[in-house]
Design a protein around this ligand. Structure first.
Ligand SMILES: NC(=O)C1=CN([C@@H]2O[C@H](COP(=O)(O)OP(=O)(O)OC[C@H]3O[C@@H](n4cnc5c(N)ncnc54)[C@H](OP(=O)(O)O)[C@@H]3O)[C@@H](O)[C@H]2O)[C@@H](O)CC1
Ligand SMILES: Nc1ncnc2c1ncn2[C@@H]1O[C@H](COP(=O)(O)OP(=O)(O)O)[C@@H](O)[C@H]1O
Ligand SMILES: [K+]
Length: 474
């Protein structure tokens, strides 16, 4: 499990650990891990040109000490000191002792133009969002010359606790973070600004407590994927009912059912009008069409605006059974949901639900997913490159495994079927949403292999992704 914490929790853990260690120990641990990661990134130190950008706090200190280590290993390391009066003095002394040097302002442009790597030590967890002068001017040069950036702890300028980027910020190829992941490294748009994230263990683990945000990894997903036993029969494995598609949107029915049959349930029921029913029957002889007992429902994709279907959605939501509500179904939510409910909006749908602009949701994904979960007393899965799943009790999971080819028409319909199948097999909405999102994107990786895919390809790849995660034969 990848776990992320607020800045306050990380600071508290740091205090507890520091009280037991000689001064400066944690910074040296951080700098050593950072220097090793930079050397790996560069593919060797000797002769590499590295520019350290050091702000006024300990983040600058980490960057300078790492620069000193790289200089000792043969790199040519210079430093841009953003404020001479407040810079970490020990860090500057270590760098110059190791053969590095501090640049004069008229040398910045040439040094950055010739750099193989810029180390962003502008601000870390003590930073407020945005970049003050002269950091912004230095970043102009870095972007102009397209120099790769390794961010120290976090990409400077992001909101570390939320992943929001309300102002100018660094875009890194790699972020080397210390002690624990910060929430803003896992949630977009901060996650995108961070690039790849490498965690350096500095010993905070025993002091961190419960995480604020979690991200499942392959072994966590494998543990959670339901598997039948010798005693299983089709009903004990779970039955999922799908209410999706209409005369106009027949594809939504086929794709949502496609996701459901690819999941762990023993049986799928489809309930819908004649035309989509014909398509579903033709495609899956194993799907039972018509009402009947189920353990969970998937409702909403491609329903259109038929009032009879809206009543059906309301009736299902009032049943107390686990329900996944997607797309058009989201227009028929009660004032507050009862029972286990998983809502799966994309940003536009969540914006409409909450009466805000889509851009606001894009900018504040964690905030609005949490707000909607609290407002409707339901788990909210906000789709996108980093999917956020927020439960009404405050727990949050994000899915950071993704492939952009999955952003294709009908892909969300497949996701609804996959997550609904997991709900019917007994997972609670937070588990079903987070496991389903991981499974769906893993199917995308397998189906795509670097090229375009259709939603149908995605559904067909879900069983292979399931098998791979369980450690079965390829
Ligand atoms: N936690 C841990 O376990 C460990 C932490 N370690 C390291 O310490 C880092 C935290 O260091 P930190 O507390 O000194 O704060 P830091 O992030 O350097 O920035 C504060 C300074 O920046 C300034 N400033 C603020 N906003 C700004 C902006 N937008 N643009 C420009 N400047 C801005 C702010 O100025 P002020 O607002 O006070 O005027 C203040 O002077 C942490 O990220 C990690 O790298 C490791 O060494 C070891 C283990
Ligand atoms: N950039 C991206 N990278 C990976 N997956 C993405 C990206 N953007 C969207 N997705 C995924 O694609 C699916 C799109 O769903 P949705 O917006 O409902 O589309 P549709 O309504 O056409 O089915 C979701 O699972 C979402 O998480
Ligand atoms: K930084």
């Amino acid at each position: 499990m990848r776990t992320a914490y607020t800045v306050d929790r990380i600071r508290a853990a740091e205090q507890a650990l520091m009280a037991q260690l000689p001064p400066g120990t944690l910074m040296q641990r951080a700098a050593a891990g950072l220097a090793t990661a930079c050397a790996d990134f560069l593919g060797g130190c000797y002769g590499a040109e590295v520019v350290v950008v050091a702000g006024t706090g300990d983040n600058g200190g980490d960057a300078l000490y790492a620069g000193a280590r790289l200089a000792r290993r043969g790199a040519r390391v210079s430093a841009i000191v953003l404020d001479q009066a407040k810079v970490h003095r020990g860090g500057v002394a270590a760098l110059t002792t190791a053969g590095g040097w501090v640049l004069a302002p008229d040398e910045y442009a040439t040094a950055i133009a010739g750099a193989d790597l810029v180390l962003d030590g502008i601000v870390g967890i003590g930073g407020k969002p945005g970049l003050r002068p002269p950091a912004d001017r230095v970043l102009d040069l870095v972007e102009e010359h397209a120099v790769p950036v390794v961010a120290v702890d976090v990409p400077s300028g992001i909101d570390v606790d939320t992943g929001e980027t309300p102002a100018r910020h660094v875009r890194a190829e790699l972020t080397v973070t210390f002690g624990a992941h910060k929430i803003g490294l896992l949630v977009d748009p901060g996650a995108t600004a961070a690039g790849l994230v490498h965690l350096v263990d500095i010993g905070l683990g025993p002091y961190l407590g419960e995480p604020d945000v979690e991200a499942l990894q392959a072994d966590d997903v494998a543990e959670r994927l339901p598997e039948p036993s010798r005693a299983s029969h089709k009903y004990s494995r779970g039955v999922v009912g799908v209410v999706a598609g209409s005369e106009q949107y027949t594809g939504a029915a086929v794709l949502a059912v496609g996701g459901a049959v690819a999941g762990p349930v023993g049986m799928v029921r489809y309930v819908g009008p004649p035309e989509p029913t014909r398509y579903v029957r033709a495609r899956w002889p194993d799907v039972v069409c018509g009402e009947g007992r189920v353990q969970a429902w998937v409702v909403g994709s491609g329903l259109g605006d038929d009032p009879a279907r809206a009543d059906e959605v309301r009736r299902i939501l009032a049943s107390g059974l686990p329900v996944l509500v997607d797309a058009d179904g989201l227009r028929h939510l009660p004032e507050r949901c009862e029972g286990p409910v998983l809502l799966t909006p994309h940003e536009g749908e969540l914006a409409r639900l909450l009466g805000v602009e889509r851009e606001a949701v894009t900018a504040r994904r964690l905030h609005y997913a949490r707000a909607a979960a609290a407002r409707w007393n339901a788990t909210v899965l906000l789709k996108g490159a980093t999917t956020v799943v927020a439960a009404p009790d405050g727990r949050v999971r994000v899915n950071t495994v993704s492939v952009p080819w999955v952003a294709t028409a009908g892909s969300g319909d497949v996701l609804s079927g996959v997550c609904g199948s997991l709900l019917a097999a007994g997972l609670d909405p937070l588990e079903a949403g987070s496991v389903g999102a991981y499974l769906h994107q893993t199917a995308g990786v397998l189906a795509s292999r670097g090229g375009p895919i259709t939603a149908d390809d995605l559904a067909r790849a879900v069983p292979a992704a399931y098998r791979m995660l369980l450690g079965g034969d390829e």
